[in-house]
Design a protein around this ligand. Sequence first.
Ligand code: FES
Length: 113
Amino acid sequence: MKQQFEKWEAACAVADFDDEEMLECRAGERQVLLVRLGDRIVACPAMCPHLEERLAFGFADGNVLTCSKHLWQWDLNTGDPLGPAEKRLPVAAVRIEGGKILVDTAPLTCSDD
Ligand code: FES
């Protein structure tokens, strides 16, 4: 189902993410994880939907994000669980404006779990 609304919030300066593959930061009221996917960036919640491990401790390979604790994995293009993962990971769009990374936090607040 198509998302009905957007809520763009500043997360960090573009320069803070220059050399990073992943970066945990705050966007509005929530902690998010920015992940570089080739030439674009996506955002997801900072904490794993399984048992609240910080996803920044995990790793990204291509479009797959892996939690370090029990190795749940997700497709970062869709948020769909892969392998043994039992829950979706909401994934949010990111855009760059005025030297800042903005995150559309709306998908992060309306989980369909
Ligand atoms: S806490 Fe992340 S997979 Fe279990």
